[in-house]
Write a protein that binds this ligand. Sequence first.
Ligand code: IVH
Length: 677
Amino acid sequence: MQKATQEIRDRVEKLRRDIEYHNYRYYVLDSPVISDSEFDGMFRELQELEDRYPEMQSQNSPTQRIGKEPSESFRHRSHTLPMSSLDNAFDLTEWESYVQRIRKMLPGEEIEFWVDPKLDGLAVEAIFENGVFQTAITRGDGYTGEDVTANMRTVRNMPLQLFETDFLPAYLEVRGEVVIYEEHFEELNRLQREQDRKPFANPRNAAAGSLRQLDPKITAQRPLRYIIYGIGSVSGGETEDIWTTQAEIIRGLEKLGLSVNPDSRLCRNAKEVEEYYQKLVEKRREFPYEIDGVVSKVNSLEQQNRLGSTARAPRWALAIKFESMQVETVLQDIQVQVGRIGTMTPVAKLEPVSVGGVTISRATLHNEDEIRSKDLKIGDRVIVQRAGDVIPEVVRPLPEKRDGREREFYFPENCPVCGSKVSRLQGEAAYRCLNLSCPAILLQSLIHFVSKTGLDIDGIGHKWIETWVEKGMVQSPADLFKLQKEDLLPLERMGPKQADNMLNALEEAKNRATLDKFISALGIRLIGEETSKLLAKHYRDMDELSRASKEGLQQIEDIGPEIAESIQSFFQNPRNRELLEDFKQVGLWPISEHVQKEVESDLPLKEKKFIFTGRLQNLTRSRAKERVEQAGGHVVSAVSKNVDYVVIGEDPGSKYNKARELGVEIIDEEQFLELLS
Ligand code: IVH
């Protein structure tokens, strides 16, 4: 076997130092200075040298981060100083009484506090001797824990060798929390599912499960991070008595290369702690990892000493907990909601509870299969949670709390709103109400129509839409544009000003509607905003789209057979054709911006809007309409500023007056015929 020369030894040392430095830049500082491939190159070179010269191998080499051989079990080890737990305050009132208690013990003194977010992971103590990582022990019962050294070596931000600073103690125990970041957690669960393994319930479980793996190679593949919040026993070197505050400890550990929490702060008084707590309550969901409160520590170590500890926990520290994101409540009922395209969604009606500061009383259950697989029964006590987003979710029932009065949920055979039979389409988890005039479907499609995904009509609240549907004033989205001030005024709580605003908003939306927005607003199955944009690029208007063949549609990139099928069946439905005709009538008929420019035609009445009122002499109404359309114009029924010409015949109706009020150009039959020629 070849022996390593001094040159090789130096090279190995340099590679290790460099790799650890770049590891630190990447995992601790989150600011790498070299590319991944440069890093990989150095790593491979080191691996090759260690393979060639086995005498050079060391367990503190960065190559060992990939994990050593599995062990039979974890050895138990004692902590030099117990890892005590923390007392809790469950709200700011409890925090205030805590402050009063410690003020009594430190009369007249100013008290500063060091505050950290309380991480929800697994507490671990790591021991460094002369800067070299030696041992890691889980908290265990506080006195003894499990030796997880081999696993901790694989944690990417765990320094195997501390930096040399003026503050390096000969013997150093650091304490911190092993966590998995939210984004890594989701990725991990995706992998678990892909490999047909059970996903983890939450990042804490995933972190604990990963660290307590007997095979360090598995731990090495898990995205664990170690965040330091304090120290245990420290001795030797020149460091004794150098750290006099919690803040100095944390800054010192940070300089040694350990990851500390970037959101920790020094608070000059109790009030600042409260402000910090409030801020974190608000920002809680924005954190990259789960936090379940704030840990406040008296900053001065000297004051800490005088405060001392109880049997359970130090008096100088307190966890101020957030409201839990998971709470227990009663599943009072399961109701069925009918969505825009008739999809029926079971919704849990819950006994109202506060979860993380928000009262929840409903949660979606997605579909029947979900209710079965979660084994939920009406009347169950259940755990509900608000996860990453704000949408509450029923996590699981507590079957041990059942008393026999719980009922199985059966999907209703009839739509709860209109009473028609529901059906479960092939290959779909959802049941649907297929009655197109079901008021529930109508309501949802109207809400969609005015929403941001649709025409984005401001100032028309859901409550109003509900009223209009209830009273039968609006039976389709096109009816919205037929509403008149006289229709609105009799409604309770509707003033003239509000009525005007609504009508203006509708008018304005009609004028600025683009074809893609219009398609999207119709809520055709599978056609969202993106597909609508694609369609609007290829077709001039809804008429042209309605004539498109399935093959033609599929020529467009990203449009597959399912979407093509859905578009066709939309146009095949006579009710939808009627609806489109109605839109044309009220003057909502956008032309594609893209196609518009290309088809610069010289039709005399291109895009002109006409209204007829009164009897014509030479033409029937339908003939007049035909002529207008042949010349590229449209006939609409509601007078607005947007109309180009009002053609009056004998005995004109109210539209004539309205047109005069609005200053729309008024012409007689003769002038109309002139326009056509
Ligand atoms: S200090 C004497 N700081 O909470 C002080 N603990 O409930 C002991 N924890 O076992 C702990 N984040 O696992 C401290 N910033 C933080 C913390 C923290 C999470 C955990 C730790 C401890 C448990 C006590």
